[in-house]
Design a protein around this ligand. Structure first.
Ligand code: SF4
Ligand code: SF4
Length: 504
């Protein structure tokens, strides 16, 4: 049997029967409440396919999963006083490490910047070529693709799998199903395992997990993520894209007529008919479309839709139907890209005998790109120039001030000093704004040389309590702005913070 005959037989097997007159009748008003909100689920058996977009999908899968599974084991030498894991979310010490960058809790605005950039990149992708994120990079797509590959490896490709499912299940069928679910669970388990490795030293945690010495929370998270990965990628699959994910709805509102989408070029494909009929029509000088209705584009679709029916919320723009159709066209010696990344505007232009046009540089793409560059630039600049020391001041509220027996006024403050460098540092604290004032440290013994140095450990913070006493004889203002200065003794670097000195 030739490849073409297989295609034609596939089409015959899967040809959808036209709806009967009864089923086409409009529902009576009383029946409307009985119409289900969701279509009954149809099991999808996506067929394997080879081609350009499939290769891109494999590359994206290996790259994203490779990064996810292996990144926790990447090392980065930060010296003796910091962890050596390149990417680490260190909850106990409240730090996030990303290669040379260390983010403190008070710098969480960098996360806001990253989220803004991520959202804008998504919008830009959408403006250029639709749901590229969904088709190639979304975790749901990537893991489902991996689970499909395992399923095909164990249960065979579409035809074999469908036939086996339709027959009475034998011991071999059960064995194959068991093996598939076991492999799915192994992938899901390793997915959960990789996740927890981002929160502790990975090699140590792997050892602790294997010997049962890891904290309970690590096992709990592995269990939760094993379950969610297995359920979402193994069982719910396209249902997540069709019903659970909000992005298709948002994306539809953000797109415009110039965005490239996976499009069936009906100007070329219609009227569709069988290969034989098309040959007869062409030899008779009658029009015949290039689509031979083989349904290969439907068979490979991971969400089970027919792109020939037009834009569809279920289309994740993976491009696999393009590969499938290109293979058919190649076998028929017809030009490829009957399905392609294109626009309806171009189809209409071709039908009117005009040249298709692609407008990638438009107001919205330029705007998205500009904001990405701007936010990214601000983040890089602030990261490169941020201080390695910091000071925060909290004024005592109760009492706001104390009148001393000699008439002086005293205010008390709690001062937190931040040392972001990975070495010990000595600081001096001074205050300006209240003439004739003295600063005293509570609980810190004065040093012999008279200088009150505050020693802060590497990559640590230190809290000190101080009082500022105003010995001036003139009546003080109810509130005076004062400036605390923190000076690194070795380098002279300064961090400052304003507060107030209160009087009666
Ligand atoms: S669009 Fe291509 S793959 Fe789909 S049915 Fe027509 S010829 Fe077959
Ligand atoms: S219609 Fe084509 S591009 Fe859309 S999800 Fe199906 S295979 Fe992917």
């Amino acid at each position: 049997m030739t490849g073409l005959e297989v295609l034609v037989r596939d089409a015959e097997v899967d040809a959808v029967k036209p709806p009967s007159a009864a089923s086409q009748a409009a529902p009576a008003a009383d029946d409307i409440d009985d119409i289900p909100l969701y279509a009954p689920r149809r099991k999808i058996y996506p067929q394997s396919v080879h081609g350009f977009f499939r290769r891109i999908k494999w590359a994206a899968l290996f790259l994203t999963l490779g990064v996810y599974y292996l990144l926790p084991f990447a090392r980065w030498d930060r010296g003796p006083n910091a962890p050596h894991q390149a990417v680490l979310i260190d909850f106990p010490n409240r730090r996030f490490y990303f290669f040379p960058i260390e983010i403190w809790p008070q710098e969480i605005y960098y996360l806001t910047g990253l989220l803004i950039i991520a959202a804008l990149v998504l919008f830009l992708m959408n403006a250029v070529a639709g749901r590229l994120w969904c088709g190639y990079l979304c975790p749901q797509t990537v893991w489902t693709d991996l689970f499909f590959a395992i399923e095909r490896w164990v249960e065979g490709d579409r035809r074999e799998h469908m036939q086996r499912d339709a027959r009475k299940w034998t011991a071999q069928t059960w064995a194959r199903k068991g093996l598939k679910h076991f492999l799915w669970l192994m992938v899901a388990w390793w997915t959960g395992g990789a996740w927890v490795l981002y929160f502790a030293d990975a090699p140590t945690l792997v050892k602790d997990l294997a010997t049962g010495q890891a904290p309970f929370i690590a096992y709990a998270w592995i269990g939760i993520l094993t379950f969610t990965t297995y359920a979402l990628a193994g069982h719910m699959r396209e249902q997540v894209c069709l019903y659970m994910c909000p992005w298709p709805r948002i994306q539809a509102a953000l797109t415009d007529e110039y965005a490239l989408n996976v499009t069936y070029r009906y100007d070329r494909g219609e009227p569709r008919c069988s290969v034989k009929k098309a040959e007869q029509l062409r030899s008779a000088g009658a029009p015949a479309g290039d689509c031979v209705d083989c349904l290969q584009c439907v068979h490979v679709c991971p969400t089970g839709i027919d792109i020939r029916q037009g834009p569809n919320l279920g289309c994740i723009q993976c491009g696999l139907c393009i590969d499938a159709c290109d293979n058919v066209m190649a076998k028929l010696s017809r030009p490829t890209r009957l399905i392609a990344f294109d626009t309806d505007l171009n189809i209409k232009a071709r039908m009117e005998g005009k040249q298709p046009f692609y407008r990638l540089i438009r107001m919205r793409t330029v705007l998205y790109a500009a904001v990405i560059v701007l936010v990214g630039g601000i983040m890089v600049f602030t990261l490169a120039t941020r201080d390695s020391e910091g000071i925060s001041v909290i004024h005592d509220r109760n009492p706001m001030y104390v009148r001393m027996s000699d008439g002086a006024l005293r205010n008390a403050y709690t001062i937190r000093i931040v040392n972001k460098q990975l070495k010990h540092r000595d600081f001096i604290l001074s205050v300006d704004g209240v003439p004739s004032s003295l600063i005293d440290f509570i609980g810190l013994p004065p040093r012999a040389d008279g200088r009150q140095l505050i020693d802060v450990g590497p990559d640590q913070t230190r809290e000190v309590r101080v009082t500022v006493t105003d010995y001036a004889t003139t009546a003080p203002a109810p509130s005076t702005s004062i400036l605390f200065s923190l000076i690194d003794v070795a380098t002279g670097e300064v961090a400052q913070m304003r507060d107030h000195f209160f009087g009666p």
